[in-house]
Every structure is written in C-alpha cells, then in structure tokens.
Design a protein around this ligand. Structure first.
Ligand SMILES: [Zn+2]
Length: 348
C-alpha cells in the first residue's frame, strides 16, 4: 500500500479566507441547515454499516445530537438526511451552492485546480503506477464532480478518457465552460446512482461525495456490481480533532461536522465498508485541516473580543511557525480531518 502524509496549508488558507472573515454569515447558514436537519425523522441505522444505532446521543453540537455506531464506530447524526433535506440543501439552492463551491473566473478556477485538485490526481496516478497499470490506458468517471475541478486535474495530467457527473446543473455548466469539449453531465439526485451502475470507466472517483449521498451504501453496492469498475478513489471527512474543536463553540463556523455533513468516517468504519463491499486499500493519504480549524477558532474568538490589530498579527505570526508541522504530526498517526484512499475491487 502506498502511504502518504501531510500537505502544506498555505494555498488553502488563501482560498478559504471567507471562513475567517465572514464567520457570522457561515454560522447563519449552518444554523438554517441545523434547523432543517433536526426537523427530520430520527436515524435508526448507521449510515455506514446499516446496523441499529443506540438511543442515547453521545454529544450534542449546535442543537444536533450525534451517536457513535457501536458496530463500526462511524459517527452518525441522530436524524435522517431525508429526500426533503437533500433536495433543499443540494438542489433548490443550486445557484448559491455553485457560488460556494466554485469560482467565477478562469484564473481562480485554474489556481484551485492546480493547488487543491492536482495533488489528488497525482496521488491517484502514482498509486496506479505502483499497481503496475498504465494510467493512460484507463478511463475515469468522477461521480459528484461538482464544478469539475478533479476532472480538470486529471486532464491536466494528460489523461484523455475522463468524464464526470453531478446533480447541480449550474456547476456542470460552469465546468463545461472550462473544457474544450463538454466532459460533465448532470444526473437526478434520486436516480438510484444509475451513473455508477452504467459507467464503462475502470476508475471511479468520489472526492468529498460519499458523505453527502443519501444512500452511500447503495452507491457502493452499484460499484461492487459493475464489472467495468476496477478502482475507486475516495476522499472522505473523518471524525477527528476538528470535531472536538467545534464542540467548544456553536458560534464559530463548524466546517467539519455540520448539517450538510450528517455523518463522519473513522479508520474502523472505513475498514468495515471495505470488507463489506469487497474493496482493498492500495493507497492512503492522510492530510487534514484540524490545525487550520484550531487557528480559525482562536482567531475568530480574538476578533469577537475586539483585540488590537497588533495582537491579531502577533497570533498569526506565531501560528504560522508551526501550523503545517503540527498538522503533519496528526496526519502521521492518522488523526487528520480527511483521508484519501484508492481502493481496488477484489472482485474485479
Ligand atoms: Zn456502523
């Protein structure tokens, strides 16, 4: 297995500036989603393993109760992400969703592709090389492609047969404007993952997607049953230090575990998923933004306390000395807020 740890945070800090500067706006949206989410029916079964969840909540954060699955250790929100919930947060607000997750200009798009998505594509490429397969001979399908950043990164690597699909028409249109010919198509949110069922691609990627799906187990079952698919490249958010930081204060934006992310993976819950759906981990890259979250937590708090500019700058200077080094220590022991994994289908 190819194991990789860490990634510098400087490009991310530039691009996620709004989380620092517009905290109140993000908290307001978070609160709206939390209100909608807690109005949904109770989740009885674990999102990852489908076993019954216990009744008592393990903790409550921004009014949402959470439970740790006693079978697979997956962290579950206590309410269901119902059809109504998913449609409201992913579809009705299509335009503003595209505004959050995309960028208007070609320059911003390319910088985001290069700094955030190209390293992911390169990791996938290197893992495949180590599997003794020629990545150029494979075809790729990015499911939940959003604005097409990962598709763009794969194309940048020289891969030719790359397509993707997303539920957001606004994002698909934006993505296709960035390519010489259209590579993305849109699909309906409730089509039973037809894209995964019918794809001819050997490599399916889902970058920050599985945790947003209403039926992640159904998606994995479709992948398992499709004989064309040989590899699955995933990035999922994890139950990490960031969640404990979020428990401290409901008025500082919860990036890791909020209404849109209604459940989080653990190393054990990923192992459970792999074993159930006959997947073998052939590459794993741990890197996260827990220390950036801690940095932001303190920074926003300082702002709320109206400290001087000098103090804010002093804090920034001190943090920047050890931000990446300290995160790397978390990454090295698998304690990061996110993990990228390349899975080989055992039945392929
Ligand atoms: Zn479970």
């Amino acid at each position: 297995m190819l194991k990789q740890f860490g990634k510098p945070s400087s490009a991310l800090l530039i691009q996620k500036h709004s989380f620092f500067e517009e905290n109140a706006l993000h908290v307001e949206k978070q609160r709206e989603i939390a209100k909608l989410y807690t109005a949904q029916s109770l989740r009885k079964h674990c999102k990852n393993c489908a076993q019954e969840l216990h009744v008592e909540a393990d903790f409550i954060k921004d009014s949402i109760p959470y439970k740790i699955c006693q079978t697979c250790t997956h962290l579950n929100g206590a309410h269901e992400d119902t059809q109504e919930f998913c449609e409201k947060i992913y579809q009705e607000d299509d335009t503003s969703y595209a505004q959050n997750y995309s960028s208007g200009t070609i320059e911003d798009y390319e910088y985001r592709t290069a700094s955030i998505y190209f390293p992911k594509a390169e990791f996938l490429f290197t893992c495949l090389k180590r599997e003794n397969v020629n990545p150029h001979k494979l075809s790729y399908f990015d499911y939940g492609a959003g604005s097409g950043y990962f598709v763009a990164a794969l194309v940048k690597l020289g891969l030719a047969n790359v397509t993707g699909s997303d539920v957001s028409v606004a994002q698909v249109n934006l993505a296709n404007r960035m390519f010489t010919s259209a590579r993305l198509t849109s699909h309906s949110i409730d089509d039973g993952h037809k894209g995964l069922e019918e794809t001819k691609a050997e490599v399916v990627s889902m970058i920050g997607v599985l945790e947003h799906l209403q039926t992640p187990r159904e998606a994995l079952a479709k992948i398992n049953a499709n004989p064309n698919i040989k590899y699955v490249f995933l990035s999922v958010p994890t139950f990490s230090l960031s969640v404990y930081i979020e428990m401290l204060d409901d008025n500082i934006f919860h990036r890791q575990l909020h209404g849109g992310h209604t459940h989080l993976y653990t190393e054990k819950s990923i192992d459970y998923m792999c074993s159930e759906f006959e997947l073998e981990i052939v590459g794993r890259w741990w890197f996260g933004t827990d220390m950036v979250d801690l940095y932001r937590q303190i920074y926003v708090k300082l702002e709320q306390k109206h400290v001087s500019e000098a103090i804010k700058n002093d804090f920034k200077d001190r943090l920047s000395k050890f931000l990446d080094q300290s995160q790397l220590e978390l990454d090295k022991v698998g304690e990061s807020s996110e993990v990228h994994i390349l899975l080989r289908k055992k039945n392929a």
